[in-house]
Design a protein around this ligand. Sequence first.
Ligand code: IMP
Length: 202
Amino acid sequence: MKNTEKMRNMKVIIASGNAGKIKEYRDILEPLGWEVISRHEAGIDADPEETGTTFEENALIKARAIHDLAHTCVIADDSGLQVKALGNEPGIYSARYKGLTDEHARRMAVLQGLEGAADREAQFVCCICFMEENGAHHLFTGIWNGTVAMKEEGENGFGYDPIFISEDSGGKTTASLPITFKEQYSHRAKAVRLLLEYLQNQ
Ligand code: IMP
């Protein structure tokens, strides 16, 4: 049997509780013949502590936790914003920066941290871990370069989108642009494309 045929009709669990992320993966993988199910649909409650020091380590921790229970293919990801002048923070702590639970408060913390800074360079990073049924894993990382805006702008997206100006945006924050822009250019889109390339070449 050819590898491409072997890869069809395979089941993959998306190790995320985020409905948007699950839909994104479903849209990409189902046309390739994959059965895509969420962690919730698989009846798995695991939400492991992200104890890694890199996006890669955390993506692997999330994938392994599901795989240990389900013994099937798993896709997990970890992402965040790295700001150069803040020593690459919030980084892996993006979802819990400075212990703040509110997204607006986290954005304000970044803006305050950059007050008076000449360098506002930043990048979004997304690392996807694809774990095979046998436990072998493959990592795919997408990076989206840009700068941090002077203030929040725009209503689209989530997280740090209102303060991130990607290099390909014509000076607009990600939250000011249609969501289709992000689907094409973002760190996540880039990592997904690498995963897809890998799967198609199997
Ligand atoms: P996670 O990968 O779901 O753990 O996301 C980590 C955190 O990084 C999110 O809660 C956001 O604060 C931030 N983040 C990751 N990707 C994006 C993005 O595409 N836009 C804005 N913020 C993001």
